[in-house]
Design a protein around this ligand. Structure first.
Ligand SMILES: [Zn+2]
Ligand SMILES: [Zn+2]
Length: 127
């Protein structure tokens, strides 16, 4: 079955809008759950395909945490890191970065990139 262009645009806009509004990165399943209210009959295969298209456009970026399903967030958020709740498994944005990274490596080493993920309990789960 071929997807109609108008429907395709609607699916794309819906997923994009969900990610624009989300304050945290979302997995395919979370995206499906959030966007299903806006698009009738939205399925997981369509979400995967649409996410691929949005990644190709540079509209969204992948958030990869080892051992976790890939999550997605809107592009151009600026430098930031993530916090994963060990109870509900949701991933949240944390602003900023560690200031003393350069001092952690031996002399003459050059840091090219870094990953920082904090783990703990989110506010809802810590109650
Ligand atoms: Zn939590
Ligand atoms: Zn950083």
């Amino acid at each position: 079955m071929k997807t109609q262009p108008a429907r395709k645009t609607k699916q794309r806009d819906a997923l994009r809008e969900v990610l624009e509004r989300s304050e945290r990165p979302l997995s395919v399943n979370e995206l499906l759950e959030a966007a299903a209210k806006r698009v009738d009959g939205l399925g997981v295969a369509t979400v995967y395909r649409t996410v691929g298209a949005l990644l190709g456009d540079g509209a969204i970026e992948a958030v990869e945490i080892p051992g976790e399903p890939v999550r997605y967030e809107r592009a151009n958020k600026g430098h930031h890191h993530h916090f994963q709740c060990e109870k509900c498994a949701r991933v949240f944005d944390i602003a900023g970065c560690l200031e003393n990274l350069r001092t952690l490596v031996p002399p003459k080493f050059r840091i090219r990139t870094h990953d920082v993920t904090l783990y703990g309990l989110c506010a809802a789960c810590a109650r």
